[in-house]
Design a protein around this ligand. Structure first.
Ligand SMILES: NC(=O)c1ccc[n+]([C@@H]2O[C@H](COP(=O)([O-])OP(=O)(O)OC[C@H]3O[C@@H](n4cnc5c(N)ncnc54)[C@H](OP(=O)(O)O)[C@@H]3O)[C@@H](O)[C@H]2O)c1
Length: 241
């Protein structure tokens, strides 16, 4: 069966599909037959092969700095496809700030993109995810959301810990309506996000974005009675992680 004749699965909203992990997730879910609503700042950043499939791929504006864009993105998705089955909050940024270095405006900027963006998008999407009966929320958190280790950004770790709390709130909010939420916590992934940070794992040890995408594809296949609240994909040996 060719990829294009595979049965359509559910409708998935994915943020940050322009590059890095998000681009890999978009490609993998497209290949698996999902219908995609890609939330991006710049539509030109989406892979041309996906952008060309107007039947199965909607590209909408999503900018975490704009408080109105999550609801507008959800509305556009429902107007186009009539349903929503999964939301993957992937877009995120990493700015340097520690207790002794950096400008604390980095805290506000990361809070906006890494936490408030997903918060607003979950809020906007939850009613439709509940209607699905098998709605899914996957938040791309980080091992930095699971523990603290000295790095270049305590602020990033703070936002990723907040994403863990947000994920658990979504689990409780959606449970009775079949919504299942997962915080996916990768260690270092070989993308631009960490390219300049010396404290990240060596390049050869980093996860491939495709491995994170494979994991998300697997999570989406699980039934409502096989819920995964948190999933850590570590690249290094750490106590309990
Ligand atoms: N790389 C790692 O080691 C690693 C490890 C664990 C978790 N993560 C998490 O994985 C997720 C993806 O990271 P990545 O490594 O793929 O990073 P990346 O290659 O830098 O890509 C970041 C993505 O986020 C989008 N984005 C940035 N600011 C945005 C905003 N204001 N509004 C909407 N979208 C915005 C970017 O869109 P533009 O193209 O428009 O800038 C891009 O698509 C992030 O949440 C990150 O924290 C990464």
């Amino acid at each position: 069966m060719s990829k294009h004749s595979e049965p359509v699965r559910g409708v998935v909203m994915l943020s940050g599909a322009s590059r890095g992990i998000g681009a890999a997730i978009a490609q993998r879910l497209y290949d698996d037959g999902y219908t995609l609503s890609l939330g991006v700042r710049d539509p030109a950043g989406v892979a041309p092969a996906l952008a060309a499939d107007k039947e199965r791929v909607l590209i909408e504006r999503y900018d975490a700095f704009d408080p109105l864009s999550p609801a507008a993105w959800v509305d556009a998705t429902l107007a186009r496809f009539g349903r929503l089955d999964a939301l993957i909050n992937n877009a995120g940024i990493l700015l340097e700030i520690t207790l002794d270095r950096g400008d604390d405006t980095a805290l506000d900027t990361m809070w906006e993109v890494n936490v408030k963006g997903p918060f607003r998008t979950i809020r906007a999407a939850m009613p439709a995810l509940k209607v699905s009966g098998k709605g899914r929320v996957i938040n791309v958190a980080s091992t930095d959301g699971k523990r603290y280790r000295p790095t270049d950004s305590v602020g990033y770790a703070m936002t990723k810990h907040a994403v863990m709390a947000l994920t658990h709130a979504a689990r409780f909010d959606g449970w009775e309506s079949g919504v299942r939420a997962t915080a996916l916590c990768p260690g270092a992934v070989d993308t631009e996000l960490i390219a300049r940070f010396a404290s990240a794992s060596p390049v050869a040890d980093r996860l491939r974005p495709e491995t994170v995408a494979d994991t998300i594809a697997f999570l989406l296949t699980l039934p409502n009675n096989a819920t995964v609240a948190e999933l850590v994909l570590n690249t290094r040996l750490e106590p309990s992680l």
